[in-house]
Structures are given as structure tokens and as C-alpha cells.
Design a protein around this ligand. Structure first.
Ligand code: SF4
Length: 64
């Protein structure tokens, strides 16, 4: 699945990075960067947890 972030909603609080640091990273300028925009078997559960945990509902998953 494709990982999408609405950067207009994101407030760069790094909660998603705390859950899935292999996918999400808040950079030195306080902007969220995606290390990958694809889910894998390995990261899928944590990405779903990040989607559910984002207080701004900024992360979504779409069928590839
Ligand atoms: S948890 Fe949501 S608001 Fe926080 S950095 Fe990640 S996408 Fe942005």
C-alpha cells in the first residue's frame, strides 16, 4: 500500500517517528520526511499504528 501524508495537517510532533522510525523522520528543519512511501510486510503493522496514533489524522494508506 502507499503511505500518504497530508503535510498541511502534520504538526511535526514525531509521534509517527516514535512508532515507525524506519518510515517517518522529522528532519532538522522540523519537516516530516517519508523514508519510504510503500508499506512492507515488516512495517505494515507499525504504519497502521502510526495512522491510528497521529493526532492530526495526517497519515493515510491507499491501495497501490
Ligand atoms: S504523528 Fe501525524 S502530526 Fe505527528 S509528525 Fe507524524 S504525521 Fe505529523
Amino acid at each position: 500500500m502507499k503511505i500518504k501524508v497530508d503535510f498541511d495537517l502534520c504538526e511535526s510532533n514525531a509521534l509517527c517517528e516514535g512508532i515507525a522510525p524506519d518510515v517517518f523522520e522529522v528532519d532538522d528543519d522540523d519537516f516530516l520526511q517519508l523514508k519510504t512511501d510503500e508499506t512492507t510486510e515488516e512495517n505494515l503493522e507499525r504504519v497502521k499504528q502510526a495512522v491510528a496514533s497521529c493526532p492530526r489524522a495526517a497519515i493515510s494508506l491507499e491501495d497501490a
